[in-house]
Design a protein around this ligand. Sequence first.
Ligand SMILES: Cc1cc2nc3c(=O)[nH]c(=O)nc-3n(C[C@H](O)[C@H](O)[C@H](O)COP(=O)(O)O)c2cc1C
Length: 402
Amino acid sequence: MANLETEFCGVKFRNPLVVSSIEPTNSVDKLKRCIDAGAGGAIVKTLTDIPDMHKLSKHSKYAILNNKGRLIRGVIPRSFSFYARSGYSSDPYEEWIPHLKEAQVHAEGNGAQIIGSVGAKSMEGWRDICRAVEDCGIKLVELNFGCPHPAMMPGVCGGSMIGQDPEMAAEVTAWVADAVDIPVIIKMTPDQSQPIEVARAVRDAGASAVTLTNRYTGFAVDIETGKPYIGGPAGVGGPWIKPLSLRWVHEIHSKLGIPIAGSNGIFDARDAIEFIMSGATLMQIGSVLMLKGIEYLSEVVDGISTLLDEYGYPDLPSIHGLASRQAATSYQAHFEANPVRAAIDQEKCKFPKCENCIRSCFHEALSGDNGTVVTLEENCLGCELCYSVCPHNAIEMLDKAA
Ligand SMILES: Cc1cc2nc3c(=O)[nH]c(=O)nc-3n(C[C@H](O)[C@H](O)[C@H](O)COP(=O)(O)O)c2cc1C
């Protein structure tokens, strides 16, 4: 069995799968259930002093959409859109103190960790809530610079508004890093154009790690009513967003080397492994648990070790950043790569009944001739589109020189 033990910012986790800050972490009982279901940790639903963010959670709305943009109505597809409006923790942070202590004792007894999450309205708030978290024996705190909702609250500066501004993000990070002794993680927003600058700024200001990323802000429309779902703009994510999240994990891992917790797009163990191979150390899983239940965690944790065993990896360090290291760093590498060409297996090819490859070749390299598909080698770029669209496994990409 592959070893799943993980160290993140000097803190040990029995496995790398932690529940992100979300509804399934909004009470002590739920935090304990996450641990009992096998999570390596759980991040408490963001603690706050912003009254409207408490209130927003009491008015939460969720519309879960399929790939046609319609409500899923009980059928959970592999690629759902989780379109939702929800605030931070519904109880004042002071009331959380005994619960956090209790949850942390429970987690540590199981080789896991509770992580704090904070989203405040003032510098004093950031400092006081983070200190309260630290005083509960919690070993890591995440600052929520990624939530889309404060931006829609007049007079509030929080969440993604901070995460979009490298200077403000650095200022709050430095202030908190100075006030507490535990490592500070910055949860970033994907709703921005300069994530590397923000990650660099918070690292230089004292952050020990970044979480990549919180959710995008979206707008989903129900054409039957002609209205937006759940009344207007909301946070949006789902497994389909994973390549966008992985892009930032890869870029920030390769350019800055700062420890990364991956979030935004994990449905199952395979997704978690993609995050590790892109450069993440911890994986945060959230919205899928709201659809499949907290107990689904054990399937994902078991799946990670099963896949590692299947591919012959003994542990997590052996795959950490593996794909990131093998990514081209410039287009020059692509220009210099060995050219390939499409070769048709005439036995498997179903032409003229099927013309998928010819229809998708935009370089005039494939044509139907005398009842067979023929490759015009000098036109074939080796782009592999025909290989993707062939339903009969009749195309192989071969070295042009061979
Ligand atoms: C309903 C809902 C509530 C959330 N609440 C919080 C929150 O309080 N604090 C936070 O940092 N992120 C919050 N998030 C973001 C999640 O923690 C997570 O980063 C995001 O859902 C992407 O991960 P996923 O693809 O596994 O869902 C919330 C997400 C959803 C869907």
